[in-house]
Ligand binder design. Sequence first.
Ligand SMILES: [Ca+2]
Ligand SMILES: [Ca+2]
Length: 308
Amino acid sequence: MKSMRFLATTIAAVMTAVMASTMMVNAFAAGPGMGTTGECNEYDISGIDLENAAVKPTLSLSRIELPLNEARENNIVTIELTVSGANEQYASTGLHISYDERLDIVMNKKNKCATLGPAGEYLMTGVRKGLYPNDFFVYSAAEGNFGCDGVLWTFQLQLPENIEVGDKFPVEILYRNENGNNDSFKNIEGQGNEICDQMEAWVFTNSIEQGYIEITEPVVQEDPIEAHLGDIDGDNKINASDATRILGAFSALSTGGDTGFTEEQLAWADVNKDKKVDAKDATVALGYYGYTSTGGTATISEFIAQGL
Ligand SMILES: [Ca+2]
Ligand SMILES: [Ca+2]
C-alpha cells in the first residue's frame, strides 16, 4: 500500500511538471542559461556533497558522424538516450530534449516524439511535445528503482534538404527548472534522501554527454569486382601471370573443364566486362601490364575505355 501511495504521489508530481512544462512559456527560474539549442537553467547544488555521491550516472545522447552520401540517401537519423552507472537505482525522471532548429522530429507510430527503450521497460513513462518547436519532454515514475542502464529512449530526427559536409546538428538534454518544476533523475526515496539528491545533482552538473549529428565526407563505396578486375591472384598487381591464368581459364572453359577459379575470380577475369572470360580478357590484362610497366597510371577500366 505504501508503494502504491508513493507511486500516486510521484505520478502527481510528474504530471504537475508536465503541466508546467507545457504551459509556462517564459517562467524560467533563477539562473537561466543557454544551451546550444535552447534555454536551460543552472542546477542548484548548494549543500550537496557531489564528490561523495554513491551513484554517479551518466546520460548520453548519440554522437553520429554520417557520410554525406548516406545522409542524402536516408535523411532520418535515430538518436539514443543512454543511461549508465545507475542500474536499478532510479525511478522518476523528467528530461527535456532539445535539438537543432534545422532538424525535424519524426513522430513514432503512436504519434509520440520518442520511443521507450529497454532500460525503461519496468517504468511508467510518458512523452510530450515541449514548449518550443524543437524540443520534447520525457518522464517516468515507478514503484521501485526499476530504471536500468542502457537505452532509455530513442527518437528520430530528419535532416534538412541542403546538408553539406561539416554541418553539425547538436542534440541536447537541457536542464530546466520551470516555475519550481525542475527536471529530475531520482530514486524512489525522492528529494531529501542523500543518495537521491547527490545522484540527481551529479547527473545534471557533471555527467551529461550531449549528442550531435555531423555530416562527414562522402564515403565512396568501392566496387569489389572493379577493385580486383584483372588481378586474378589478388596481389594488387596486374601482370603477365594474371594474363596467363585468364588464358588458362579460357582454355578450361572451352573444353568444358574446371577453371579452378572461385566465383569472384571468374568475375575479375572478365576484364572487358562482356560476360565472357576469353582470350580478349587475357590480351587486355597483358596489354595493361605493358602499359603500367611503362609508367601508365590509369585503372584497367580506364585503360580499356580510353584505348590507352
Ligand atoms: Ca595479380
Ligand atoms: Ca570478357
